[in-house]
Design a protein around this ligand. Structure first.
Ligand code: DC
Length: 219
């Protein structure tokens, strides 16, 4: 059992979970961990080194010889690969196109899940991703699954100036063998299609009050 609080927020691409998780973490004073950014960072690293993303052995070899450091800046997770900050490249076209392949490699998941668990070793966290409630922290009592209709998600992606094929990525992420995107049995599901970020955060806070994590008069 983890000694620190973990609030797990899972959901498909462009469901609004990143904005929700970040705002919730700020309100509670917890750290915010974006695990999608970690898979994206490794994808960028492989692509920039011309390592074929569908070759698990080559990807594993690359990671074996790479220093992968996770840290924090302003209460949010950061990553460095051989000392390089990949932040500027995380939504590159090549990353969008290849992140599902990279994140289906068991060795990549093992490495990153270890780093994700380490964040909660000495601080309270809001962590978002695909498998946080199902695999990374299955024992946390605070699990949320944020969804939205495919139309709303496509619109949100377009507003971010991105045109990646989220439906193809979701299909791949939900059907892969290792830690697929699923709704954990005990997760509270929120349809954010017609809600604002504040609205979703409010619903989560209401739920955390019911579960006794926050006092009933918490504002
Ligand atoms: O949240 P995102 O769209 O930035 O995530 C990018 C990809 O990373 C997503 O298509 C699947 C993968 N991912 C994953 O496999 N497990 C996670 N916990 C988070 C993301």
């Amino acid at each position: 059992m983890n000694e620190h609080v973990v609030i797990a927020i899972d959901g498909p691409a462009a469901s609004g979970k990143s904005s929700v998780a970040r705002q919730l973490a700020r309100r509670l004073g917890y750290i915010y961990v974006n695990t999608g950014a970690m898979y994206r960072a490794v994808t960028w690293w492989a692509v920039s080194k011309d390592v074929p993303v569908n070759d698990p052995v080559r990807v594993q070899q690359l990671l074996h010889f790479t220093s992968v450091e996770c840290g924090l800046a302003d209460g949010e997770s950061t990553m460095r690969l051989d000392g390089i900050d990949p932040a500027a490249h995380l939504v590159d076209e090549a990353v969008n196109a290849n992140v599902s392949a990279i994140s289906s490699i068991p060795d990549v998941r093992r490495l990153l899940v270890g780093k994700q668990r380490a964040y909660a070793a000495d601080q309270d966290v809001v962590m978002e991703g695909r498998d946080i409630g199902s695999v990374v922290f299955p024992d946390t009592p605070y699990k949320f699954y944020v969804d939205a209709s495919p139309e709303v998600r496509a619109l949100r992606r377009a507003r971010q100036g991105l045109a990646d094929s989220i439906s193809a990525r979701d299909k791949f992420d939900s059907s892969r063998r290792n830690s697929p995107l699923i709704i954990a049995e005990d997760a509270h599901v929120i349809d954010s299609s017609s809600l604002t970020v504040d609205g979703v955060v409010g619903e989560i806070i209401g739920r955390l009050k019911l579960k006794g994590l926050l006092p009933a008069d918490y504002l």
